[in-house]
Ligand binder design. Structure first.
Ligand code: PPS
Length: 877
């Protein structure tokens, strides 16, 4: 390095240190010899400095501790759902996607509607459906047709709901434009610098104003606002960084890139951004806008729980491990971090086999760690860092016991009932023996993984509870085992700093109440990148947010997590064969082809058993094996009890003759799936391309058949009350009466349930059969199913089924004289329905049948509308 280059670099450094938004750049190769003693080590023939965080906040009175963030709540708006309506330009537009991704990350429910002529329903009954409206493009709102605009504005006023919107630069030219209907002028295609927030705004909650982003902002496509009415308040200020000459007549140099409309003119509060969410600070402002405009309904908490796992403090190649100085640095950093993260501890994982396997210097480091054991938290890995999914219970237990004895020998305090599996193996997809061994050896109750539901996108990672273990989502901080040196960081230091300063890492903290970060021992040796990363990240968070960071033991953390997100307790099973990473950590003994291709979803009493029986007569179609108690119906997707038996249980119900067999079409039928609220989502998660058979029988017949079924099973309500008394049971009736009424009527509300299935499946995946046709012409029905699933060979069921005059139904042909019919529980003989009940049900089902016929018309299925439906709708009531 020449002297000149050195001088230039130092000048550069001086310039950057004045600029708070730039990171501190170290030029170790041109520092003096005396200083070198403090350097970390000789690398590549030159002394190298360990990076240190240089982030400092500006002091300001508003955010300096006197400011108590508002939660924006108000008592006047409980008639709205916690959901957002997002009007996007198209379903693919970038900003629209950014908005949706952000909402997903913060777990806010949303409905996306491409900008168009129609608005979705905004209310149900007297309740509002949305707590905030978001327009990807403010123009779309301004230029809405009068009718829709009036409707939307009225909704916003009636329910006190605000609008967030964005204005984007178009055409790559700078010009100003007066907004239609609003005393607002926009200037587009602007370049700005020195961005800061208006500390006087009342929307700040998570955001801590007071800092300035110095220097020019990245893109020059900013829109800035000018206004002539007290309804507008700036949310942020910046300076123009270009001379726009005749295009712009702004007095002074201060401009407003994000504004708030107090609604003084039209009664609707708004926040308008002059750029999208790729600018990190706007993500923060967006969160507070959402909270403010929804009156706290869509507020995120201020507490952020942080657990930093060092996945294995002993695993690492010699030469890349922690030395004595690194261990001291770790402890010192832990103490420093405590002033930012209340109760902070590093959480150290260990695989005892690798203790003392480094260089002599590193072995001293290992020993010091163990000496300082009480200063840290500890959790067990596997003994030799093996992947659990490759082993069965005895081997797993043996390995864990070795690690257990190691912990005992060195008095390592393992008290948190928390463990992590190497490479996430065995946690999800679930390897049952891992859960068993964890319980037996370590009494583990909490774990974490980044693989549930999938690694990517990270914003969709969730937690679940299985076999007594609470599995929490795990986040990456951008550091992996190979990240040892700052100047070797992929994308350079700039990239790591960008993640810390508003980028991915910052946003992970921002959006997740519970953050478990995965790091590795190597990140604490060499350049100690993890220390640099976390110290910088928490300081940056403190400069810009009012978040309260704290660390609590994993069990308490799990408690916090699942009390915040109780819906996540039940796991969701996905097919490990559809995700490369899942497949890599799934037992090699397991095969992918034991999932059904076809599911008969019901509803009950429509002829599902007949279809099940006839399908099994086909040489290439095979159902699951029967189970004790539940027989042929697995109830996997409709009952928590069976769903929680796990994926292995379900897949084991489908048996191949040998693992390589490919000529079998598996199917399942559980008639209770159709009206179950969870079944469509669960099926779509596991078998998204499955084919579904739905049977629609006249709802009146179906209801009566269920009543007779209940009588046959000695259901007390059915024995004590007439059918009419059951179906007309009101809220004052006995519970058993109401329960039976619900089972008679609810599954017959076909349209309502069908719509839910269509939220998850394409209509082409669905075959709708007429239950009456199953009774009268099952060979024809079987032909439809075979075509639908394209099974080979095609079987003519006219040869296999024959009408049995005694049973009065079609039965399986055994010989010229013999048939095998369904059991006595199917095709029962019972008295005709009371006339009063029939008339009541005719009226009751009419509107549901109308809805069904509309839905079927929309679906435009190949099969005709069931005859009973046509007949019903022809009659005038
Ligand atoms: N071939 C054949 N044999 C016997 N029964 C037949 C057949 N085809 C259709 N059905 C009608 O199926 C009704 C029972 O429906 P499910 O099998 O879906 O009932 S269940 O939900 O599984 O209990 C059953 O209802 P009930 O008549 O009320 O007993 C029958 O009407």
């Amino acid at each position: 390095m020449s002297k000149l280059a050195c001088t230039l670099a130092l000048l550069e450094r001086k310039k950057n240190s004045l600029n708070e938004n730039k990171h501190y750049i170290q030029y170790s190769w041109c520092t003096k010899k005396k200083k070198r003693k403090k350097k970390h080590g000789l690398r590549n023939g030159r002394w190298h400095e360990i990076p240190v965080s240089t982030i400092e906040c500006r002091l300001n009175p508003v955010s300096g501790g006197m400011f108590s963030p508002s939660d924006h709540s108000s008592s006047s708006n409980h008639r709205i759902d916690n959901k957002v309506l997002v009007i996007v330009e198209t379903q693919y537009s970038y900003l629209g996607q950014d908005i949706i991704h952000l909402l997903e990350a913060i777990r806010v429910k949303y409905k996306v509607e491409p900008n168009g002529k129609t608005l979705p329903y905004l209310t149900h009954g007297n309740k509002g459906k949305y707590s905030a409206i978001i327009f990807e493009n403010f123009d779309a709102y301004v230029n809405m047709d009068a009718w829709n605009r009036e409707l939307l504005d009225k909704y916003c006023r009636d329910f006190n709901v605000g609008i967030i919107s964005f204005v984007a630069s178009r055409d790559n030219i700078a010009y100003s434009k007066r907004m239609k209907d609003f005393p607002l002028t926009i200037y587009q295609y602007m370049a700005i610098e020195d961005y800061e927030l208006n500390p006087m705004s009342n929307i700040w909650r998570i955001t801590r104003p007071g800092e300035i982003i110095r220097g020019p902002l990245k893109d020059d496509e900013w829109v800035i606002f000018q206004f002539e009415h007290a309804t507008y308040k700036p949310l942020s200020y910046a300076k123009l960084s270009r001379n726009y000459g005749r295009y712009i007549d702004l007095s002074g140099n201060t401009v407003f890139p994000a504004i708030q409309d107090l609604g003084l003119l039209d009664g609707i509060q708004k926040v308008i951004f002059g750029n999208g969410l790729r600018f990190w600070l706007h993500c923060l402002v967006f969160l507070d806008s959402l909270s403010y405009l929804s009156h706290g309904k869509l507020s995120l908490p201020l507490d952020r729980y942080v657990l930093i796992d060092i996945d294995d403090v002993f695993v690492g190649a010699a030469g890349k491990r922690m030395k004595v100085s690194d261990v001291h640095a770790l402890l010192a950093a832990q103490n420093r971090l405590r002033s930012h993260i209340k109760g902070f501890y590093f959480n150290l994982g260990f695989s005892g086999k690798y203790y003392q396997k480094g260089t002599p210097e590193e072995n001293l480091g290992d020993r010091l760690l163990v000496e300082m054991r009480d200063k840290f938290w500890w959790f067990p890995h596997m003994w030799h860092h093996e992947q659990p999914h490759k082993f069965q219970l005895p081997a797993l237990e043996r390995g864990m016991l070795q690690n257990y004895h190691f912990a005992q020998k060195y008095n390592i305090p393992v008290v948190n009932n928390y463990a992590v599996a190497p490479h996430h193996s065995g946690v999800y997809p679930v390897h049952e023996p891992l859960y068993e061994a964890w319980h037996k050896v370590w009494n583990i109750t909490v774990s974490s993984t980044e693989e549930y539901l999938h690694l990517r996108p990270a914003r969709r990672r969730r937690g679940f509870f299985y076999r007594g273990i609470k599995v929490l989502p795990r986040q990456t901080c951008g550091l992996y085992t190979h990240n040892l040196l700052i100047d070797k960081y992929p994308g350079g230091r700039e990239k790591l700093d960008a993640s810390i300063r508003g980028g991915e890492l910052f946003q992970t903290f921002l959006y997740n109440k519970v953050n478990i970060f995965m790091t590795h021992m190597c990140n604490y040796g060499s350049d100690r990148l993890a220390l640099y990363t976390f110290e910088s990240a928490v300081k940056f968070l403190q400069c810009w947010t009012n978040l309260h960071l704290q660390t609590i033991p994993p069990q308490d953390l799990a408690q916090v997590y699942f009390s915040s997100y109780p819906d996540e307790l039940n796991p969701i099973w996905v097919n490990p064969c559809r995700d490369k990473r899942h497949l890599a950590i799934w037992s090699p003994r397991k095969v992918c082809n034991t999932l059904p291709h076809l599911i008969v979803i019901g509803p009950q009493k429509t002829g599902t058993t007949a279809i099940y029986t006839f399908l099994n007569m086909h040489p290439s179609i095979r159902s699951n094996v029967k189970q004790p108690v539940i027989f042929e119906e697995l109830h996997f997707f409709s009952s928590d009890q069976y769903y929680n038996k796990g994926l292995d249980w379900y897949m084991n119900a489908f048996k191949l003759d040998n693992p390589n067999q490919t000529d079998i079409v598996f199917f399942e039928k559980t008639a209770a799936y159709f009206d179950n609220p969870m079944a469509p989502m669960r099926i779509a998660s596991l078998i998204p391309d499955v084919k579904l058979v739905l049977i629609l029988l006249d709802p009146i017949k179906r209801a009566y058949s269920w009543y007779q079924h209940a009588r046959a099973h000695q259901n007390p309500a059915s024995l004590n009350y007439t059918f009419y008394e059951i179906i007309t049971a009101g809220e004052g009736s006995h519970k058993i009466q109401r329960d039976l009424r619900n089972r008679c009527l609810n599954p017959s509300l076909y349209a309502q349930h069908l719509e839910r299935w269509l939220d998850y499946f394409h209509p082409s995946q669905l075959l709708i059969l007429d239950g009456q046709e199953i009774k009268e012409n099952p060979p024809l029905v079987m032909s439809k199913i075979q075509k639908f699933i394209e099974v080979k060979p095609y079987i003519d069921f006219r040869k296999l089924l024959r009408y049995d005059a005694k049973k009065k139904f079609y039965c399986q042909v055994l010989s010229t004289d013999n048939t095998k019919c369904l059991g006595p529980g199917k095709g029962r003989v019972y008295p005709p329905m009371e006339e009063s009940a029939y008339r009541f049900l005719k009226m009751f089902f009419r509107r549901h049948n109308v809805a069904l016929s509309k839905l079927l018309m929309k679906l435009n299925q190949a099969t005709p509308v069931p005859a009973w439906l046509k007949e019903d709708l022809q009659e005038t009531l």
